[in-house]
Design a protein around this ligand. Structure first.
Ligand code: ZN
Ligand code: ZN
Length: 214
């Protein structure tokens, strides 16, 4: 039994030694695994930080790209606004030129109209002067005729001198006014009154005048 026990012990010891070795191995292995794990963790951390760095780089690249896009968009917008402004400025300038042209045309037309009015006024003034002159002449003639008529030397109807034998011989009406015979007869046929004083008259009033010097 002892032997058997011893044997068993002997068997056990190595067994135990094996177990101890195995445990040590296991510990070593665990240590190694731990170390490896630590190394891996370290590498992982490094990688992670690298990835972070890369991401940061990527983000900065993205930001840069975004900025570039934004700047490009902004440039495009500025260019577009400038183009619109230029177009508007050009349109405004065109309108200004057009208005200026119209203003000049209007001024020219006004000047021409003014010139024409001045010429017309000048012409009218001359006509007025001429007609004033003519009026004056006529007034003189009328005055002259009046004085002639007042002195009873001519017929007040035809302004011709009367005579003593022809159809224009000297006659008088009831009012005493003198005319050429045929002239007063024509007048009375149209209007039955004296052409000088408007007194009612007819052909029965006509009298030949003999005593007046002709
Ligand atoms: Zn007469
Ligand atoms: Zn009369």
């Amino acid at each position: 039994m002892d032997n058997s026990n011893k044997n068993t012990d002997i068997e056990i010891i190595p067994k135990s030694s094996e177990a101890s070795d195995a445990k040590a191995d296991e510990v070593e292995c665990c240590k190694a695994i731990l170390m490896k794990a630590n190394q891996l963790q370290y590498q992982l951390n490094k990688l992670s930080s690298k990835i972070d760095g890369l991401q940061l780089v990527d983000q900065s690249g993205f930001i840069e790209e975004s900025l570039q896009n934004f700047t490009r968009d902004l440039d495009n917008q500025v260019a577009s606004i400038k183009a619109i402004q230029n177009m508007q400025a050009e349109e405004f300038e065109q309108k200004l030129l057009e208005k200026d042209r119209m203003r000049l045309e209007l001024l020219d037309a006004l000047n021409k109209q003014e010139q024409s009015h001045l010429q017309e006024t000048e012409s009218l003034k001359k006509q007025l002067e001429a007609s004033d002159k003519r009026c004056l002449e006529l007034e003189h003639q009328v005055e002259s005729h009046k004085s002639t008529i007042e002195h009873n030397t001519i017929c007040s109807i035809c302004f011709d001198q009367w005579n003593s034998s022809t159809e224009h011989r000297l006659v008088s009406l009831g009012c005493g006014h003198l005319f050429g015979d045929n002239c007063i007869r024509d007048c009375l046929r149209r209007v039955p009154e004296c052409p000088q004083c408007r007194a009612r008259a007819d052909q029965g009033q006509i009298r030949y005048i003999y005593g007046r010097p002709l």
